[in-house]
Design a binder for this molecule. Structure first.
Ligand code: HEC
Length: 161
């Protein structure tokens, strides 16, 4: 009896996964391979600059989580997070150089009208990331604030909503 019921249920639900599979197969065959990173922001450059920012945010969270004792201080992880922050901040001028817009982008057009100032803010953030001392919990606590201020200073001027 149980087997019969199972069989019935399976019979009724199989078309759904098969339909999804066929749908994807058709998309791939037409050359419209679904790319999950492409679903929201169409412009590749806009996508790259947002990805860099999200990466910076993730690394900053690694460090703030250690400071708040949500996770134990780990020197090696802290060093990696610092490196990612230096890299993402140093890439800002290159990531934003081309003026590109997207309905989902939060970049203000002032970035390009005041490019020198924007660049300077990016350089400052890179320097503040380098200044961060991750050799111990106390050193990290004493050196992280200027970086966070550098992120906020730029967002205040050049990020909308
Ligand atoms: C020189 C300017 C500048 C600096 C410095 C900067 N940001 Fe940004 N950030 C921006 C701009 C502009 C955007 C909007 C990007 C977009 O949506 O096109 C942004 C977006 C973001 C976003 C949201 C992504 C999105 O658009 O949804 C996060 C998260 C973020 N930044 C984190 C950081 C962190 C963390 C730091 C510091 C470690 C930092 N940013 C430093 C300019 C900056």
């Amino acid at each position: 009896m149980i087997d019969r019921m199972k069989w019935h249920t399976n019979r009724r639900t199989w078309p759904i996964p098969v339909a999804i599979f066929l749908g994807l197969a058709v998309l791939v065959a037409c050359g419209v391979e679904p790319d999950p990173t492409d679903l929201l922001i169409d412009d590749r450059r806009v996508q790259d600059r947002v990805t860099g920012m999200v990466e910076a945010q993730t690394s900053l969270h690694v460090l703030t989580d250690m400071l708040s004792a949500r996770v134990r201080f780990n020197k090696s992880n802290a060093r990696t997070a610092r490196k990612v922050l230096i890299r993402t901040m140093s890439h800002i001028p290159r990531d934003f150089r081309k003026e590109r817009d997207d309905p989902l982008s939060r970049t203000s057009p002032h970035v390009w009208a005041q490019w020198d100032d924007f660049r300077r803010k990016a350089d400052i953030a890179e320097d503040r990331a380098k200044d961060m001392d991750v050799r111990s919990w106390i050193r990290l606590r004493d050196t992280i604030a200027p970086l966070i201020t550098a992120c906020q200073t730029c967002h205040d001027s050049y990020r909308t909503w």
